[in-house]
Design a protein around this ligand. Sequence first.
Ligand code: PSU
Ligand code: MN
Length: 307
Amino acid sequence: MTKSQPALLSIAYSKEVAAAKQRGAPIVALESTIITHGMPYPGNIQMAESVEQIIRDQGAVPATIAVLHGTLHIGLEKHELEALAQTTDAMKVSRADIAFAIAERRTGATTVAATMIAADYAGIKVFATGGIGGVHRGAEESFDISADLTELARTGVIVVCAGAKAILDIPKTLEVLETQGVPVVTFGSTEFPAFWSRASGLKSPLSLNSPAAIANFQTTREQLGIAGGMLVANPVPEEDEISSEEMEFYIQRALSHAEEDEISGKSVTPYLLSKIFEITEGRSLETNIALVRNNARLAAEIAVALG
Ligand code: PSU
Ligand code: MN
């Protein structure tokens, strides 16, 4: 066995993704941490299934990515997706530990960073999610900066999100992305969106108005030999948003709970999301599902435009 062929690496493509790869059809990657750690059951499975269908309706093929009992899955069969949505002990895996989950035969839900790694491995160029990880508020003390940001700098996948959550420090998140050379392109607006809200008060570094223009921009970067991904921010539809003033009130409450409960590290994002879900009596989840669906549509259009 040569050094470049690890003994245990086992990968499974779903039937649909394998067929799409064979005929060169556009594919959109989807993450799984949003399913296991981002939303409660059964809202999570409803979201995951409807998002996959939206991608099919646009003429692309969905590839939900996860590690199931040590096998890296690129695309999940329906029963696998359903089982994952009800798993309560999946690891949340990023660049640091996706290989650990495979080597130790564990089940791991992939974050944005780990999903990008798997998508790139499978030759998938576009990925849809809700929000990315970023620089947390108080990062000057905690050093809590998501590995999603450095992954965007190194791995050539277009990530479509609804901006960064206001539970993060959005100005610092944009600064780190700029330092890392990651283009941040807001679709159809000059303002960078804040996940549940269309407004963040911050100007987007770049803006484009069509999926074809986004595809063309990434292709041009590749032609220049610039490695790395691109962050596309797609504002939540107006009818689904929660205003930033209202959100700030909920976020402050969630943050003070997190401080009281001494939450740190990987648990911070899932904890804050579930607190906000409780505080808003489920409304934040409805907005979350609506924006992921909106992102899936745009990601599929970009994948189709890439050809
Ligand atoms: N944002 C969401 N829902 C999520 C996440 C982010 O709206 O579920 C997940 C994503 O998988 C993202 C991860 O990659 O949280 C970031 O976690 P961390 O901050 O620990 O890097
Ligand atoms: Mn973190």
